[in-house]
Ligand binder design. Structure first.
Ligand SMILES: C[S@@+](CC[C@H](N)C(=O)[O-])C[C@H]1O[C@@H](n2cnc3c(N)ncnc32)[C@H](O)[C@@H]1O
Length: 238
């Protein structure tokens, strides 16, 4: 799966992975986080500072959980756009939302987080869950996010994080190797989930994320470790 030069998957390999895991993605997330991912996603939504009537963006929306949570905060007077390059994930996001008794005002857009198909200064708030670690060019992704946000708008970026505490580091590695990979294996997706550990190795730490956000032009950037540091939320303000 990863290309031979730097062991990092290419964009089209990442797209293929997420298209392939789309049918089981939600179930696996629920299992692997014991439902905790919803709490972490709610925290990210809150930190993105949404208000009723906003136009919100969820980058790398996948099957649409975070976009739905954001849309609930924004209400029916506003709208959310969920953008992702994996068609199969978007199809599930669309189907989940349209099967609600009252579908939320969300538009699903197929697009690249490194070249967002939106005008500059469009969005009042934004979220991104487990996307930043997966894009092949993090500085470019942050620049694009900065470009499409309105002045003073906030974005909250949730992802895995390497904890400082050595005990938690050991726990995280054990969890990924002993729980995540075998569980994914039982869904026939070993290779697709084995990539999490190396992607986390390459992923910038909280402080590095703050520096990258400042380089992208954000006036304020703070990284909050959560869940004993095994996850983190980078909160940025344009
Ligand atoms: C781990 S999933 C996260 C999905 C969802 N946000 C969640 O929290 O459950 C990462 C998503 O990022 C998307 N992705 C990765 N790189 C992308 C890019 N350059 N442009 C758009 N989507 C991208 C993948 O297709 C995938 O759906």
């Amino acid at each position: 799966m990863p290309n031979s030069q730097n062991n990092q998957p290419t964009a089209s390999e990442i797209q293929t992975i997420f298209d392939r895991i789309a049918p089981v993605y939600d179930r696996l997330n629920n299992w692997l986080s014991l439902g905790q991912h919803r709490i972490w996603k709610l925290m990210a939504v809150k930190w993105s500072d949404p208000t009723p009537g906003d136009v919100g963006l969820d980058v790398c929306c996948g099957s649409g959980d975070l976009a739905q949570l954001l849309a609930r905060q924004i209400g029916t007077t506003g709208k959310v756009i969920g953008v992702d390059f994996a068609k199969e994930q978007l199809a599930i996001a669309h189907q989940k939302n349209s099967s609600l008794f009252a579908p939320l005002p969300i538009e699903w857009v197929e697009g690249d987080a490194l070249n967002l198909p939106f005008d500059s200064d469009t969005f009042d708030c934004a979220t991104m869950g487990y996307g930043l670690r997966n894009v092949i060019d993090i500085p470019r992704c942050l620049q694009e996010l900065h470009r499409v946000l309105k002045k003073d708008a906030k974005a909250a970026i949730l992802d895995f994080h390497r904890p400082d505490n050595p005990l938690m580091q050991t726990f995280q590695e054990w969890y990924l190797q002993t729980i995540v990979v075998p569980t994914a294996q039982s869904f026939g997706l070993t290779e697709e989930y084995a990539y999490i550990s190396p992607s986390l190795e390459r992923f910038p730490t909280g402080v590095e994320q703050v520096n990258l956000a400042q380089d992208a032009g954000f006036v304020n950037a703070v990284h909050y470790p959560i869940a004993n540091g095994i996850m983190g939320v980078l909160v940025v303000k344009k």
